[in-house]
Write a protein that binds this ligand. Structure first.
Ligand code: GYE
Length: 333
């Protein structure tokens, strides 16, 4: 996986990408145009699934940006299954697309298929999520710093506790994203880092389990959490959708979300902002899904043989409840 350290070294030496970029260059050199050999660029894109509001916004952004750029987009939805993504990538290789982009559902298990793409001289761009594999097998990652989002979640929880005038132990329930997915691993890691360094004595994660980034998962797991530990007073959900599902479980248990249980989520989709403006979510760490335009730009550069940074990061903000009403009308997703 890319982390801050290897991001810096990679940004200095894009050597790993140059082999792939060089083959892209050969294709284009005969035409001198920004398209592939004078014809439209064909992009094969394998999406994780349609598990959340974030994902729907991301899919819409990718489709709209491909259209705007004039690319032929081959799109497939893997329904959160790695084997479906591997088959999609294999089919894009067989169809000899110009570039493959994908958002890997989990971090491991990609080396073999990425080697097939490399052997076929098809550059691969990761988008949204990263992989743990040989870094020479992909050109770049266009997406967020999830570890930092975890840290930001812990820092904003400090503010939430202060605003609520909370005294005493902080008993945290954590709803994790899909097991083995970069945002689940890294959002947990960043949060824990701050918790261990600054709140060892008063904060504790009393229950933690995956809700698979879905509303239904968040609801079901939160209901079980509340039964196993009725003293939970904070929920940290790795995305808004699980937080929204959990709110239903909290209300069904006769408690007030945002008051009896303080809630911090990640993403910042419209439904999350609505819940926050109703007082049910206390703070949101934004993760921007509108990656389409940046992705298309990178695809073009890769086809043109230009070097690109190893990690093209997304800019994001954090929001407290008192900002929700003002921010809501201008939210784009
Ligand atoms: O936070 C979640 C989605 O990978 C950043 O996946 C993405 C995450 C996002 O299902 O809502």
């Amino acid at each position: 996986m890319l982390n801050r350290r290897n991001f810096l070294t990679a940004a200095v030496g894009v050597v790993a990408a140059s082999g792939l970029a060089a083959c892209a260059k050969e294709d284009d050199s005969s035409t001198g145009t920004s398209t592939s050999g004078g014809k439209k660029i064909t992009l094969g894109f394998s999406q994780v699934g349609s598990e959340s509001g974030w994902r729907s916004a991301n899919t819409d952004s990718v489709k709209a940006a491909a259209k705007e750029a004039g690319y032929t987009l081959k799109f497939s939805d893997a329904q959160q299954k790695q084997e479906n993504q591997i088959s999609a990538l294999r089919s894009y290789i067989a169809q000899k697309v110009d570039v493959i982009a994908f958002s890997p559902v989990v971090v491991t298990g990609w080396d073999a298929i990425l080697k097939e793409a490399k052997a076929a001289k098809i550059p691969v761009v990761l988008t949204d999520r990263s992989v743990e594999s040989d870094e020479s097998l992909f050109v770049t990652l266009v997406g967020s710093d999830f570890t930092d989002e975890g840290r930001r979640a812990a820092k904003i929880l400090e503010k939430v506790l202060e605003t609520a005038g909370h005294k005493g132990k902080v008993k945290i329930a954590q709803l994790e994203g899909t097991t083995g997915a970069a945002p689940a691993i890294e959002r947990a890691k960043g949060f824990k880092e701050i918790m261990d360094a600054e709140h060892k004595d008063d904060w504790e994660i009393v229950v933690t389990q995956t809700g698979d980034f879905t509303r239904a998962g968040g609801k079901q797991v939160m209901a079980a959490f509340l039964q196993s530990d009725p003293d939970i007073n904070v929920l940290y959900a790795h995305n808004d959708d699980m937080g929204l599902g959990a709110i239903q479980a909290i209300e069904a248990a006769g408690k007030k979300p945002g008051k009896d249980i303080l809630i911090v989520t990640v993403d910042g989709v419209k439904d999350g902002f609505i819940a926050m403006s109703e007082g049910k979510i206390n703070a949101i760490v934004e993760c921007n899904p509108l990656l389409g335009p940046q992705l298309m730009e990178v695809v073009q550069k890769v086809k043109d043989g230009e070097t690109v940074e190893r990690w093209i990061k997304t800019e994001e903000s954090d929001f407290m409840q008192d900002q929700a009403k003002d921010a809501l009308p201008t939210r784009k997703y």
